[in-house]
Design a protein around this ligand. Structure first.
Ligand SMILES: *[C@@H]1O[C@H](CO)[C@@H](O)[C@H](O)[C@H]1NC(C)=O
Ligand SMILES: *[C@@H]1O[C@H](CO)[C@@H](O)[C@H](O)[C@H]1NC(C)=O
Ligand SMILES: *[C@@H]1O[C@H](CO)[C@@H](O)[C@H](O)[C@H]1NC(C)=O
Length: 342
């Protein structure tokens, strides 16, 4: 999963490990051991040499390890924005273009792109990412080909969703906080001022009932803000593990079950749900364009429908920005979508 591959070799340093005492018995054993040690040393040297060559040659095409990518992309407080991408979402004028456009036309959101890590699930998505000069990481999963549009709830779709959860756990373990965002979420304002400061796990909703701490809110896994801590790392392990108890369900459905689990209460995670006024979607649109930060093409089946409505959404936003400030404030403009969605 982690293409870095180097840390085991350089960090482990097999040859530097002193011999365990029980091996140092007879002279014969000692002799064997020295040979073994020499072989291991040679092996390590060759490995390190290969690693150096690999890293040198790959720096040209930016095929960096996760460690370097996170370091380059992170904000000073070690926060990154993460999205996943596969081939189906990179066609011209597709979801990913709209996603990037939103950062450009959003109000003071362009700087956030510097902190975006695109996790590519197939080669074409990875190549496309590199061409767009973003931070790109190629996440491979054994035995799965993510190239084609993974249709909702097929085994490949489920694997893709679960791979994502496991990957995010690794990011947390490396000490990075993240905002995970699906690429069908438009970023129109900086979300950070609207996050809660008293929880390490907050997540958007399909529909928000009014109380951020009410577990009955319906979470949407397409957007969440998670701070690295023992609790969140434990929680991501628990979430990933829980897939075994709910076979055939995706991460969001399982979250909807385990949010009530005593384990979550016992570790003191304190899940909070984000208000759709700021973090809206087609399920429950944020009605006031003066307040919206992000809009998600959720409650929408089919890529074409999503693209159709997201285009209109971005046009709505541009129209809104072109209004006089006093008109924006007094008329509280709203969306003309969903249309094809929902
Ligand atoms: C954009 O952001 C600036 C600075 O925060 C603010 O003064 C301005 O009102 C915002 N414009 C809109 C349309 O939200
Ligand atoms: C994955 O699927 C794509 C499209 O069907 C195909 O072109 C590619 O060769 C496949 N890759 C692997 C590793 O099977
Ligand atoms: C996380 O857990 C480790 C090991 O249990 C402990 O040493 C460390 O202090 C904990 N960190 C925090 C922030 O709680």
């Amino acid at each position: 999963m982690d293409s870095e591959g180097g840390s085991n070799i350089t960090g482990g340093g097999v040859s530097q490990t002193p011999p365990p005492p029980e091996l140092g018995g007879s002279h014969h054993k000692n002799y064997l051991f020295r040979h073994l040690l020499r072989a291991l040393l040679l092996f390590t040297m060759v490995s390190v040499a290969c690693l150096v060559i690999f890293q040198t040659s790959s720096s040209g095409n930016e095929n960096l390890g996760l460690k370097q990518i996170l370091k380059r992309a992170a904000m000073p407080d070690k926060t990154v924005i993460i999205t996943t991408l596969n081939e189906a979402w990179i066609e011209p004028n597709s979801i990913f273009d709209l996603f990037l456009e939103s950062f450009k036309i959003g109000n003071q959101t362009l700087w956030l792109l510097k902190h975006l890590v695109v996790v590519a699930l197939d080669q074409r998505a990875f190549d496309h990412c590199l061409k767009t000069h973003l931070h790109c990481y190629f996440l491979t999963t054994e035995g799965v080909n993510f190239s084609e549009e993974a249709h909702f709830m097929t085994p490949d779709y489920l694997k893709m969703m679960w791979t994502r959860i496991d990957f995010l756990r690794i990011v947390l373990e490396r000490g990075y906080n993240f905002v995970f965002t699906d690429a069908d979420i438009m970023w129109l304002r900086n979300p950070f001022p609207h996050f809660y400061s008293d929880t390490n796990f907050q997540i958007s909703c399909d529909s928000f009932g009014g109380n951020p701490s009410d577990l009955n809110n319906a979470p949407n896994g397409g957007f969440n803000y998670v701070k690295s801590s023992n609790k969140t790392i434990e929680f991501y392990k628990f979430w990933y593990k829980s897939r075994e108890y709910y076979p055939g369900k995706h991460d969001q459905d399982v979250l909807n079950k385990i949010k009530y689990d005593p384990f979550v209460r016992d570790i003191g995670l304190g899940i909070k749900f984000l208000d759709t006024v700021y973090f809206g979607g087609f399920c429950q649109p944020s009605k006031d364009l003066n307040l919206v930060c992000t809009m998600h093409a959720n409650c929408c089946a089919g890529l074409d429908n999503k693209i159709h409505d997201l285009r209109i959404l971005l046009d709505d936003w541009k129209n809104y920005l072109s209004l006089q400030e006093d008109v924006r404030k007094t008329e509280t403009p709203s969306w003309s979508v969903p249309q094809s969605c929902g």
